[in-house]
Ligand binder design. Structure first.
Ligand SMILES: *[C@@H]1O[C@H](CO)[C@@H](O)[C@H](O)[C@H]1NC(C)=O
Ligand SMILES: *[C@@H]1O[C@H](CO)[C@@H](O)[C@H](O)[C@H]1NC(C)=O
Length: 470
């Protein structure tokens, strides 16, 4: 049976959640954040990317919306592709964490260089509280991530994520089938509900759109299940920089070097990240790593994302063609001129998925493509790289596409994690929509899932056959 909400209920709910927001805001302000927290790759908190949120999770800076000041413009549609919020480790990483803890308790008997308090804490006070059934589920902090994002977006786009649009069910919600994504979409809806005191929502599950990567055969065979495709990652894992980190950690813990595998080094680093992103604590495990160690481990994660989900292999980005076409079809519809008697277009489309959903799509759009690809041997020349997964796909990462109706024609602005970012080759923050379409002409006319992923026909991107899907 569905719970029925009376106005009193709604009010109570609103008061309660405001209270909890205040509490969590104030505890956040006091939180002692590890210095290395900006190097956690895909396990980075959203607040590390947008530090002003560490003071106020609801603060919104409307100056990020930048239609040209010389034209009259109003937003008519928002498409948001959002990653789920903070989550528990996957079962695989939980097993590694437990193994690491076991190792430190049983074998770390050797002389350690340090008698620091954090080491005592790890050895005698820290309790492994992770269990395998937590496997990747959204945590309370992850619900908050989406809840607060929804409230900020409702403040930023009051005419699109409006009470009326919600009441008339004109906003579309699509989620990946994974539990953490469904929970995220619900938390987002609760955020809107609190903003507008409205409470009837539904969503569609669509893995064809949000988990395209596991359905693209050429990707699964050529990259996912192909050990050679991630050779750079393997080489770096056993390379000079990672070896250095491993030796330092073994010494600090007083462990025999042989017992500490690169996977266990990474497990300790992840552990530090999880304790922060799940429990908002500065874990004693964090003291194992200084900033230079953290940068090496960040690079290891970035290499994996680059070669598995991004520019490393073309097929990774091409696997997102269905989502790409879906988004542009939605934008086309929303921007189409119409008579005043016609129904107005869909004001917003909220699509919730994974880092594995966003990275290929952003790569397909030509973003974060550095001149020199990151490899196992060029770590030292990659400090200035734009491809940093922690900046691009932290928890609750989002790609926002805002379509404006302007006096000079429709315009489109892109934001990544609520910060403006220009389309490749276009100089304006909100260029004409037709110029964006021209930039991606080759994809709009091609980028065919059947061709790229199932090897049907010989037409690649920019092939002569127009894409019948459009
Ligand atoms: C809002 O962002 C702009 C830059 O986009 C910055 O100049 C301004 O200080 C910010 N305002 C607030 C209140 O943070
Ligand atoms: C595996 O990856 C390598 C390197 O990218 C590539 O040359 C090879 O063709 C791939 N193998 C398969 C079966 O796709």
């Amino acid at each position: 049976m569905l719970p029925s909400f009376t106005p009193t209920h709604g009010l109570l709910l609103a008061v309660l959640s405001q209270l909890s927001t205040r509490l969590s805001c104030s505890s956040m302000a006091n939180l002692d954040i590890p210095k290395i927290a900006i190097y956690f790759g895909t396990k980075t908190r959203y607040e590390e990317v947008n530090p002003h949120l560490q003071r106020d999770l609801l603060s919104v800076n409307t100056s990020v919306l930048r239609p040209p000041p010389t034209e009259r413009c109003s937003p008519v549609h928002l498409t948001a592709v959002i990653r789920h919020g903070s989550r528990y480790p996957t079962a695989k990483n939980i097993r590694r964490i437990l193994k690491l803890n076991q190792l430190v308790r049983t074998e770390a008997s050797g002389p350690s260089r340090s008698s620091a308090a954090w080491l005592q804490d790890i050895r005698s006070r820290w309790e492994p509280w992770y269990t395998e059934d937590m496997d990747g589920q959204l945590v309370t902090k992850g619900r908050d991530d989406l809840h607060h994002l929804a409230r900020r977006l409702a403040t930023l786009f009051p005419s699109l994520l409006s009470e009326e649009n919600m009441r008339k069910r004109r906003i579309r919600f699509i989620s990946s089938s994974k539990h953490r994504c469904v929970s995220s979409v619900e938390a987002f809806q609760e955020g809107l509900q609190q903003h507008w005191r409205h409470h009837e929502f539904s969503h569609e599950v669509d893995d064809q759109l949000m988990r395209f990567f596991e359905r693209c055969r050429s990707y699964v065979e050529g990259v996912e299940n192909n050990r050679t495709a991630l050779l750079e990652v393997e080489k770096f894992k056993h390379g000079e920089e990672m070896e250095g980190v491993r030796k330092k950690m073994a010494e600090k813990l007083g462990l025999p070097l042989d017992s500490l595998t690169p996977d266990l080094v990474e497990a300790a680093f992840f552990l530090c990240s999880y304790e922060l992103s799940i429990k908002s604590v500065h874990s004693p495990w964090c003291f194992l790593f200084d900033e230079s160690d953290a940068k090496v481990l960040e690079y290891k994660s970035d290499l994996k994302q680059y070669w598995k989900r991004s520019h490393g292999h073309m097929i990774s980005s091409l696997s997102s063609c269905p989502l790409f076409h879906h988004i542009f079809r939605t934008l086309d519809k929303a921007g189409r001129p119409r008579r005043s008697t016609e129904a107005s277009p869909e004001p917003a489309s909220i699509l919730v998925g994974h880092a594995e959903t966003l990275l290929p799509l952003l790569s397909l759009l030509g973003l974060y493509k550095d001149q020199t690809p990151p490899t196992a041997i060029n770590y030292h020349s990659q400090h200035g790289r734009s491809f940093r997964s922690g900046r691009i796909v932290p928890y609750a990462a989002n790609l926002l596409l805002v379509l404006y109706d302007c006096s000079g024609g429709p315009r489109l602005q892109m934001l990544i994690n609520e910060m403006p970012l220009q389309f490749p080759g276009l100089r304006e923050d909100a260029p004409l929509y037709r110029d964006v379409r021209a930039t991606y002409r080759h994809l709009l006319d091609g980028c065919n899932f059947a061709t790229e992923c199932e090897g049907q026909g010989s037409h690649g991107v920019g092939g002569r056959r127009p894409n019948t899907e459009l």
